[in-house]
Design a protein around this ligand. Structure first.
Ligand code: PEP
Length: 249
């Protein structure tokens, strides 16, 4: 049985005061669901917010981390720094990181390995662009991204990873994939994991959907058999809205 994961991604938003208010406001909703609830916040808020959620069902995650242990990488944060603050999760390879910060399947794979080495649960993002969808190559793009991300990662570690299928054309556009279409691609991702690792692992790996998820569409998304959670951008910035998302059941 895969435990659903409801994750928010604040991206580069929220002042420290807004961030604290938000966490105080949603803690109760997070504590009254059996799902796992995660909010991925800007790095500068990680320490403060992780101390605020201590002992609750709400978890604080990072939005990225560097693949190297430490060193001359100005502006970056390491897995050990995340561990110092008790950070349990990190988004890896978000499409905005791929687009604006030149992350590739190779760096995504290195970051994934480093996160797993340090006991940080990765949420690795894959998804095709509109151009790739319209060009009929969505599946081959997803296959390349999945096989690239999981290259040389053993099955026992792979099952710790959550995959987020986020079609780039659905991110921040208000254009959600039809739940049945999201199921189809997510089913395909599970098949790829099955081919690589076998059923025992592929049936344990959580696969989320992301792309304009809101309180009004989460229920239908979560009804799909292979969809184990959501990664929410814009709608995770409004505490009342995110509370409704947490309470979708
Ligand atoms: C995201 O950034 O991961 C995301 C899914 O954004 P949005 O929900 O705004 O589409």
């Amino acid at each position: 049985m895969r435990r659903p994961l409801i994750a928010g991604n604040w991206k580069m938003n929220m002042s420290v005061r807004e961030a604290e208010d938000f966490i105080d406001a949603i803690k109760k909703a997070a504590d009254t669901t059996s799902d796992e609830v995660l909010v991925c916040v800007p790095s500068i808020h990680l320490g403060l917010l992780s101390s605020k959620v201590f002992g609750s069902n709400l978890e604080i995650g990072a939005q990225t981390m560097h693949e190297e242990e430490k060193g001359a990488f100005t502006g970056e944060i390491s897995a050990d720094m995340l561990k110092d603050y008790g950070i349990s999760h990190c988004i890896i390879g978000h499409s905005e990181r791929r687009k604006f910060f030149n992350e590739t399947d190779v760096t995504v794979n290195l970051k994934l390995k480093k996160a797993l080495e340090k006991d940080i649960s990765p949420v690795v993002c894959v998804g095709e662009t509109l151009e790739e969808k319209e060009g009929g190559i969505a599946e081959s793009v997803i296959k390349r991204q999945i096989l690239g991300a999981f290259k040389d990662i053993p099955g026992k570690e792979a099952e710790i990873v959550a995959v987020a299928y986020e079609p780039v054309w659905a991110i921040g556009t208000g254009r959600t994939a039809e739940p049945e279409d999201a199921q189809k691609t997510i089913g395909y991702i599970r098949e790829l994991l099955d081919d690589k690792y076998g059923k025992e692992i592929s049936e344990k790996t959580r696969i989320l959907y992301g792309g304009s998820v809101k309180s009004s569409n989460i229920k239908n998304i979560m009804k799909q058999k292979d969809i184990d959670g959501v990664l929410v951008g814009g709608a995770s910035l409004d505490k009342d809205h995110f509370k409704k998302i947490i309470k979708y059941k």
